[in-house]
Design a protein around this ligand. Structure first.
Ligand SMILES: [Zn+2]
Length: 338
């Protein structure tokens, strides 16, 4: 395994912002509303502690980035009348965050890490969500590679004006699971949140992803014994294909007992709810990584993705200061994991 994901040095950050960063890579949807947005910066790798910054133009932002070469740069999804004080909130993009390092049943690489496999899974999830958003007739949708996953940013006028509760409803639809409080569990001191399967079609395609990537250990956590887990693994392709077509016949043929199936489905649903970070979607004052900026922790570019299907972050989001020799084998197909 070649370690390419490594932290950028201050010199490399400087080089990136003076030689490679291009104002043209800041999307118009930010440039056009730059005066109304709050910017946040992380100067030392300890988090975006420099908040409440504002810029009157892209030139001002460019000067700041070139002078300071921040560890990370963020910008609000919200527009304010007074962004410097975060006062008089006007509207906010609706955002979904898919982080490859936090995908459920992730067995490809270590905790907090990303590799070709989980980055690809995250991208497939974004493409699925894209289909769901089209069903909702949302049109002004942008995709951003965040450095370790993807942001989906929606700027349809009506949507930008909705509050946190309505954002929660759309989130439930997109992640195909609805949190329901189970009061009987509260008394026993257990987590009272149950996730109902809801929205069958979307639920089954997420279900397929969980089955596709689960290991025997995961199936055990879903309440299955070794025999049933083994049967699913042996028939994995057929089960996954069936679920992707919106059917659950193949999986029910394996788990015949309705009570066992219900328990299994409940546990899978909790995993499905983890595909998206709920906090990011419902928070209307969030700051998100600025497209065009450097994700210094992993030395990757945060960038708008035009052609999702053809986008490969390991080809397009690698800054010039990263030694490209490390990628030569990957590009030649000699290594599977980077
Ligand atoms: Zn991985």
């Amino acid at each position: 395994m070649i370690t390419v994901f490594r932290q950028a040095t201050p010199e490399e950050r400087k080089r990136y912002y003076s030689e490679e960063w291009d104002r043209e890579d800041v999307p118009d949807f930010i440039v056009d509303s730059i005066k109304k947005r709050e910017f946040g910066f992380d100067h030392d790798g300890l988090g975006p502690r420099d908040r409440y910054n504002t810029f009157n133009s892209i030139d001002e932002l460019a000067d700041f980035l070139k002078n300071r070469s921040p560890f990370a740069a963020y910008c609000s999804v919200s527009l304010y009348e007074y962004p410097k004080k975060r006062e008089n909130w006007e509207r906010a993009e609706l955002v979904f965050d898919i982080d490859a390092k936090d995908l459920p049943v992730k067995n490809c690489c270590g905790e907090g890490m990303v590799c070709e496999v989980c980055l690809n899974r995250a991208k497939n999830m974004v493409m699925e969500i894209d289909t769901n958003l089209k069903q909702l007739k949302l049109e002004n949708v942008y995709y951003v590679y965040s450095g370790r996953g993807y942001h989906i940013r929606i700027l349809d006028t009506d949507i930008m004006e909705i509050g946190e509760a309505e954002r929660g409803f759309i989130l439930d639809y997109i992640r195909a699971s609805v949190p329901v409080r189970d009061e009987s569990k509260t008394k026993k001191g257990r987590d009272p949140t149950l996730y109902s399967a809801g929205y069958t079609g979307i639920f089954r395609s997420r279900f397929a992803d969980i089955i596709e990537y689960a290991e025997p250990e995961d199936f055990k956590e879903f309440g299955l014994g070794t025999v049933k887990a083994g049967e699913i693994i042996r028939n994995r392709d057929a089960v996954v294909e069936d679920l992707r077509k919106g059917r659950d016949r193949a999986i029910r043929k394996i788990i015949k007992d309705p009570r066992a199936y219900k328990r299994f489905e409940e546990r899978v649903t909790v995993q499905i709810s983890k595909f998206l970070d709920a906090k990011v979607t419902v928070d209307i004052k969030r700051i998100l990584r600025l497209p065009s900026s450097l994700h210094s922790k992993v030395s990757m570019k945060c960038m708008v993705v035009e052609d999702l299907e053809r986008f490969d972050p390991l080809r397009y989001a690698v800054p010039e200061f990263v030694d490209f020799a490390d990628f030569a084998d990957y590009q030649a197909g000699k290594t599977k994991t980077i």
